[in-house]
Design a protein around this ligand. Structure first.
Ligand SMILES: [Cu+2]
Length: 175
């Protein structure tokens, strides 16, 4: 969705929301209800809405499971990873076991750190965050992802790890 389309949707939703409140305010004349009446009404609405909302949340949760970023779900969706990249983060650089990976194929990144927590973030050539995982000392975090197209991707640190944190970057060639 383009920026202007998103802005248009925002304006429409904002106008509908404002109109709804104006309607409620216009109809709210007369003497105010007592506390008991208000709380009884609210309890009824809550009871009425709780079941359908919980059902919708449960369905959304189950349907969206396959897009969970965890390796087991990603491997089920994308297939077993064809390439593995060992990632070691340190203040303030990235060490990658390889800097070239195939496009549109599942790639496994095994991320760890030698000193403090870092955030391993993969940015597409257009600057969009594609995937990220924590890089922690004494633990290897697996990230299985398919990088959508060829180009030079940038690895950035997403966890503040010291004064030069902003410069902690590396490149990954996707072919
Ligand atoms: Cu950092």
């Amino acid at each position: 969705m383009s920026g202007w389309a998103a802005f248009g949707v925002f304006l429409l939703l904002g106008a509908a929301w404002t109109a709804a409140w104006a309607f409620v305010a216009a109809r709210s004349g007369g003497s105010p209800l007592g506390y008991e009446d208000v709380s009884r009404g609210a309890a009824r609405v809550r009871r009425l809405l709780a079941t359908p909302i919980l059902l919708v949340l449960a369905v959304v949760y189950l349907v969206s499971l396959r897009w969970f970023p965890y390796p087991s779900f990603a491997t089920q969706r994308l297939g077993p990873p064809s390439v593995r990249v060992e990632v070691r983060a340190r203040q303030w650089a990235w060490e990658l076991s390889r800097t070239e990976v195939p496009a549109n194929q599942p790639v496994e990144f095994a991320a760890t750190a030698v000193d403090v927590n870092h955030g391993f973030g993969i940015y597409s050539p257009s600057g969009r965050l594609v995937a990220q995982v924590q890089a922690m000392p004494a633990y290897v975090n697996r990230l299985v992802v398919s990088l959508p197209g060829p180009g030079t991707y940038t690895i950035r640190c997403l966890e503040y790890c010291g004064i030069p944190h902003h410069g902690m970057a590396a490149t990954l060639e996707v072919k």
